[in-house]
Design a binder for this molecule. Structure first.
Ligand code: FE2
Length: 234
C-alpha cells in the first residue's frame, strides 16, 4: 500500500526531467508493487516526440489531461479533462500524437513497464490474450462532458474489486468524497478549492492519498471544486 499523504501541494514541487521535453512529478508510490501516480508534462518544443510504435503495459494505465492535448491513435484527442483507461495487457498507442505542451495525471496500478508491439494484430485497442478485462478501456475527449449524476461523473470501476475512478463537482458546505470505509482514497484537485474543518486549503493541484483506516481530510467547504478521485480496497 502507498504511504499516507495527507496533503501534497504539487504546484510547489520541482519537476524532474528524465529526458529532454519530458517532465515529471511523482506524487505517490506503492513500495510493494511500484504502483504510482505522477504528474507529467510533455514539451514538443523541447524535443519530446510521441512514440510511433504501439505498446502495452502489465499495469492498468489511467490518464487525466490537466491541460494541452494528446492522442493515442491520432483520431481521438483528449483535451483538458480528457480521460483514458488502458487495462493491463491491452495494446494501444497505434499513432500517438502530442501537438502542444500537455500536462496529465498518470496512474499505473503496478510498476510501469512498456512493451512495444511493432506489428500489432489490430489497429485499435485489443487484448493480448483476446479477453478484455472486466473494467474496459475508455477514451473521453472531455470527461466533464455529460453523464453527471448528483455531482458525480463515473469514469470506470472494476466490478470484481470495486476499484474505480470518478470526477466530482463539489460546491458548498461539508462536501464529501463519498468513498466507502475500508477503501483507500486518492484525489487531485483540478479546479476550484476546498477547505478542511481545520482551515487547511486544498487548491488547484492539491493531492492526497489516504490508505484504508487512515484519517481523511474532513472538508468544511468547497468552492466550485472539480476533483479526480480514485478509490479501491487496497
Ligand atoms: Fe500506455
Amino acid at each position: 500500500m502507498r504511504p499516507h499523504i495527507p496533503h501534497l501541494d504539487t504546484e510547489s514541487m520541482d519537476w524532474k526531467t528524465p529526458v529532454p521535453g519530458v517532465y515529471s512529478k511523482v506524487l505517490s508510490v506503492d513500495p510493494e508493487n511500484g504502483a504510482r501516480t505522477a504528474l507529467q508534462r510533455l514539451m514538443p518544443d523541447e524535443g519530446y516526440t510521441a512514440p510511433s510504435v504501439a505498446h502495452y503495459h502489465h499495469s492498468a494505465e489511467e490518464i487525466l489531461v490537466v491541460k494541452g492535448r494528446l492522442s493515442f491513435d491520432s483520431k481521438t484527442y483528449l483535451g483538458a479533462n480528457g480521460y483514458c483507461f488502458h487495462p493491463p495487457q491491452t495494446v494501444h498507442g497505434f499513432k500517438s500524437d502530442v501537438p502542444m505542451e500537455t500536462w496529465f495525471l498518470s496512474r499505473h496500478s503496478k510498476k510501469m513497464c512498456t512493451h512495444e508491439v511493432p506489428e500489432p494484430a489490430k489497429t485499435e485497442y485489443y487484448a493480448l490474450n483476446g479477453v478484455l478485462p472486466a473494467r474496459g478501456w475508455a477514451a473521453l475527449p472531455d470527461a466533464t462532458d455529460g453523464g453527471w449524476r448528483d455531482g458525480v461523473k463515473a469514469l470506470g470501476e472494476d466490478p470484481q474489486t470495486g476499484e474505480g475512478s470518478k470526477l466530482m463537482r463539489l460546491d458548498g458546505a461539508t462536501p464529501d468524497l463519498d468513498v466507502q470505509d475500508g477503501f483507500y482514497q486518492e484525489f487531485f484537485v483540478l479546479d476550484g478549492a476546498l477547505e478542511t474543518v481545520d482551515g487547511d486549503g486544498f487548491g488547484v493541484g492539491a493531492y492526497a492519498f489516504c490508505p484504508p483506516g487512515t484519517a481523511r481530510p474532513r472538508f468544511a467547504e468547497a468552492r466550485q471544486a472539480l476533483i479526480y478521485v480514485n478509490y479501491g480496497p487496497k
